[in-house]
Design a protein around this ligand. Sequence first.
Ligand code: MRU
Length: 362
Amino acid sequence: MKINGTSYRSVWVDPEDGWSVRIFDQTRLPWSVDILQLTTWEAAAHAIRSMQVRGAPLIGAVAAYGVALAMRADPTSLDRVLPALNATRPTAINLRWALDRQRAALHNLPVEARAEAAYAEAAAIADDDAETCQRIGENGLPLLAEVAARKGKVNVLTHCNAGWLATVDWGTALAPIYMAHDAGHDVHVWVDETRPRNQGAALTAFELGAHGVPHTVIADNAGGHLMQHGDVDLCIVGTDRVTRQGDVANKIGTYLKALAARDNGIPFWVALPHSTLDWRVRDGVAEIPIEERSGAEVTELTGRTADGRIETVRVVAEGSAAANPAFDVTPARLVTGLITERGRCEASEAGLAAMYPEFAGQ
Ligand code: MRU
């Protein structure tokens, strides 16, 4: 995707030195476009934990490059580094998926072969994600095109950021939106601000604006009202983990949007790559670990002042406690369907098994 006319992925190996890893510091977007250089696996772990990179597929890809950085520095460190990277964030299963791929690629290799193999595996994971997201876009596009053909325009509501900044390229929920816009459809996006960290207001709005997609940022609580008044044709969100029965973990607040969509008869679609499917887990509400983040993310807000400084201010009365569950689970019954790189399916074990027969026997 492009920023100021230059094409980027959200993670890449520095072409100058051929080994260090580059990312955008997403804690500074949209106010400042800062590219960071990661030279150690500890820096990659910090980037994931501090949310300099975030979004389920991207944290998997950055963790994979973290393994490559570790193997370059000390190829005997594999068994120590894998669990440390896996502990950086608990909810998105893509992290474990990428680290499992690195373990499988490396653990039987002689130590002197590990660094090169780890870079190759990280690159394969990144390429796989970019291609997968492009296919998700192609498979989601007809949903928007159908509404646009019928009504002349299509209003989509999305929550959090599931665009190219959350993946390696394209995004999941935003990929069909980009493709519909590029195909000439009149697409408008309602962007949930996504408190407490504002990934919608800061990142999704930034992405859509850079691509020229018409959009409007709304307070998280506005979606139900807009749905009641016919202003939303469909919802599309991303996900951090989908269980074998089709339950969906995503950014906190997703569940409430799915409830409002159901009450108003509005389709609620979830876009996912294969790396987000956790076949080992069935009941998402009971079994998916939900990240608890600092209450400071609720009591504080970050933004840019009129004179260009990035500042954080307190918005909650002194002394009040704050809780910050970062994700929730939308039960499969509220999900209209899943958009995958292989096509669209029902959010159910039968639907997923038909789409991914390699899991069905497990
Ligand atoms: O806490 P974040 O910003 O990592 O949460 C991201 C989301 O919830 C996204 O919707 C999800 O990872 C899907 S990204 C394609």
